[in-house]
Structures are given as C-alpha cells and as structure tokens.
Design a protein around this ligand. Structure first.
Ligand code: C5P
Length: 402
C-alpha cells in the first residue's frame, strides 16, 4: 500500500522560483492517495497561482490567517495534519520557523503542529551557504525536523550551484519516511515509564584548566531521550553537554564519571536506563589543585579506573531494562559480546566509531543491537533519531517478554 494513502498532508509553499516544482509534488502526493491541503505564502502566489494548487490538491489552497470562518485555521491545520511538507522552503521561512515566529498562516501552522515536518530548502548558493541559514537548518535538524538538502544544479537567473530544490523523488521518499516515523512515535508505548538516559563524554580533571576527555558529542543520547519522551515516558537526561531539548525532559548536567554515577544512582529505580554516555574508563589519580606549570620536562599522569556505572546498575536490580553502548574500533562484535555479559546489560548498542558517517559527532549512525537473549539486529546507516527508535523498539520487546 502507498505510504501516503489516507494521510493528511499540509503542503506549505513559500515564495521561490522552485514553487512551480511544488505543483508536481502536490500532484504526485494526491496520486499516491494523500489528502493534500496547500498553504501558500503571499510571495508563493507571485510564482504560481493559487488556482493551480486548488485544482490539483484535495482542498482549496489556504492563504491567510483571516480569510474564512475558522478563527484559528493554523491550529486546525496543524492538529489535523499527519505531516507538514514545506516545499520549497525559503531562507525567510526557515529562519522564522527556527526562531518560532508565526508571521503568516504557513509560519503559524508550523508552530501550531506536533506532526512531523519535512523542510525542502531552495535558494541561491550564496544564501544557502550563509552561516545564518546553515545555523537555522542545523537547529531545525536538531529539533527532529527532516531537512531534504538541496542539490547542485541550475538556479534562477541562469546561475549554477548548490541550492536547487531536491528532486521530487527525494522529497517524496523523505516525506514517506517522516510519516512512518511519526506514526511510530505517536504509538506512545512508553507512557507511565521512568526512563533515565546518559549522554556525552565525561571530563576528568588533570588540573583546574585541563581534563582527560573524549570525542562524544552527546547527540545519540539526546536522540534517545527525545524519542523516549515522544513515546510518553518521563525522562531524565544526565549529560555532560547542553543541546536543544523539549521542556518535558529533566536535564541534569554533570562533568565527571563520578558525578554521572551519583546523578544516575540518585534517580533509581527506573524502568529503563540507557547509558549512551562515553564515560571515561580512567581518570587522573590526583588532579592538581593549581594549574600545572610548563617545565620543559617530560611528564607522566597517573590514571586510576573510574566507577563502571553500567556494571554497577547491571548487578543492582533497580533497573527494569538496562541498555549500554559500545564504541569500538576493532573486533567490534566480539568486544561487544564480552561487554554484554560482563556488564549484565539487557542490550548493547554497538557502533564502529572508525566507520565513515557513524559514531562521534556525526548526525548519522550505523549500529548492531546485541541482546542478552542472543538476538542480533543490524541498523544500517541512518539518523541518530532512527537509531534511538530501533533501540526503544527493542526495549519494548524486552519489557513485553519479562
Ligand atoms: O567498557 P566501555 O567503556 O567500553 O563500556 C561502554 C558502556 O559502559 C557505555 O554504555 C558506557 O556508558 C558505560 N560505562 C559506564 N561507566 C564507565 C565506563 C563505561 O557506565 N566507567
């Protein structure tokens, strides 16, 4: 069956030359069985007439917050939508959405919805590459918005470069994926559960200004926390880094392994604990109280083991389902199997951090889920949010079996 059959999609069209391509996207969505409601900005209407969209879509095109009987059209559109597809998205629309501004019907609908949103930027290369636009796009991406990157090619005015609207096939594929993910998230299968997640790399002081650290960005742990909250869990995130987070998640910022241990153990019992943090295995034995001076001599820093939080939770009996991560660079699966047993976890998420586009600081990841039951699931290269979904699907299976 078509992924679009019976799904309600708000097609939000903003004012760029690529607006004419939204007509084709509209037609294909309707052909695939979607119920499409077009929302046009004033500028979009300078490029394509509203009649074109009204004729091809499932309902007439909407143009303004104040045009009809519904006093709150943005809330109605936002609530009823299964997906909002912004195609094309101009720099202005991307900026207003990132800033939470509701300048017109399209902007207000984006802020008023809880449906998944797919944004398809299209603009001239200089605008696309401007740091302000790139920052806004990154912010939207971090908030879980799907951004369909523009392609290189012919632009308005005969120019050639990056910024051309993605091909309709790519846009439809992203829309189908976002719809499927939205349907999963809306299962809210974690309502009533207490979930504890750790994220980021710990910092172990050498002296007041230096530390032993690692390359973890915290992105995967944040994605797990956000996904668990979207499924209805009450989430506490113990993290070493600050990133955008929904209000409903309790954030506890820590720095060292010892602080992470205390914050985590303090919040037990929990139904689910996901230890996504890259906790240092060793810390300087005796951090200096004053900054260590340069002497020109070689120096040795003595290290001692940190508390292994995962192993401690694994034998404590206060956690329903315990998930650990294993960042490996060699003998990936064998090492992870050993870790699963040694730490008493129910699931280990294994990632080969030496693989391209996976692991530290990337927005994508590629993992294998090793369950204590012997189950093994490969999650091919995908977004960290998708990896979070796969992990929590496994958690649900584990809970159902116990
Ligand atoms: O042993 P290793 O550090 O590779 O194990 C990784 C897993 O163990 C991760 O889930 C990490 O959060 C957790 N861990 C821990 N305490 C440590 C070291 C790692 O909880 N001291």
């Amino acid at each position: 069956m078509s992924p679009f059959a019976g799904r309600r999609i708000v097609l939000a069209v903003s004012g760029g030359i690529a607006a004419y391509k939204a007509v084709e996207v509209c037609r294909r969505l309707v052909d695939a069985g979607a119920h499409v409601v077009p929302v046009l900005t004033e500028a979009a209407r300078r490029f394509v007439g509203e009649i074109t969209f009204s004729a091809l879509a499932s309902e007439r095109a909407r143009l303004s917050l104040f045009e009809d009987d519904d006093p709150i059209p943005h809330v109605t559109l936002g609530r009823q939508a299964d997906l909002i597809l912004v195609c094309p998205a101009t720099a202005r629309v991307i900026g207003s959405y990132a800033a939470g501004l509701s300048e017109d019907l399209l902007g207000a609908t984006l802020i008023a919805t809880r449906a998944p949103v797919v944004v398809c930027p299209a603009m001239h290369t200089e605008m696309w590459e401007h740091p302000a636009v790139q920052d806004n796009v990154r912010l939207l991406d971090e908030r879980g918005v799907t951004v369909v990157a523009p392609e290189e090619g012919r632009l308005a005015g005969g120019d050639v470069g990056a910024g051309r609207l993605a091909a309709p096939e790519s846009i439809l594929a992203a829309a189908a994926e976002a719809l499927a993910a939205g349907a999963q998230a809306s299962t809210r299968d974690m309502v009533g559960l207490r979930v504890l997640v750790t994220a980021g790399g710990t910092r172990e002081p050498i002296d007041p200004v230096r530390f032993v650290g690692n390359r973890s960005s915290g992105k995967q742990g944040y994605a797990v926390a956000i996904e668990a909250a979207a499924r209805g869990a009450k989430v506490t995130l113990v993290a070493t880094v600050r990133r955008p987070l929904p209000e409903s998640i309790e954030l506890v910022l820590v720095e060292t392994a010892e602080e992470m241990r205390a914050a985590t153990v303090d919040r037990l019992p929990a139904d689910v604990v996901v230890m996504a943090a890259a906790v240092a295995d060793y810390r300087p034995t005796a951090p200096a109280l004053d900054k260590i001076k340069k002497t020109g001599e070689a120096r040795t820093i003595s290290l001692e083991p940190t508390p292994d939080i995962l192993a401690e939770l694994g034998c404590g009996g206060e956690v329903g389902t315990l998930v650990g991560f294993a960042a490996e660079t060699s003998d990936v699966l064998a090492n992870a199997e050993a870790k699963l047993r040694a730490k008493g976890a129910d699931l280990i998420v294994v990632n080969d951090v030496s693989a391209p586009s996976a692991g530290f600081d990337h927005d994508t990841n590629e993992v294998v889920l090793l369950a204590a039951t012997g189950d093994r699931t490969t999650v091919p290269l995908t977004s960290k949010r998708d990896v979070a979904r796969a992990v929590l699907d496994h958690v649900a299976t584990h809970r159902a079996a116990h």
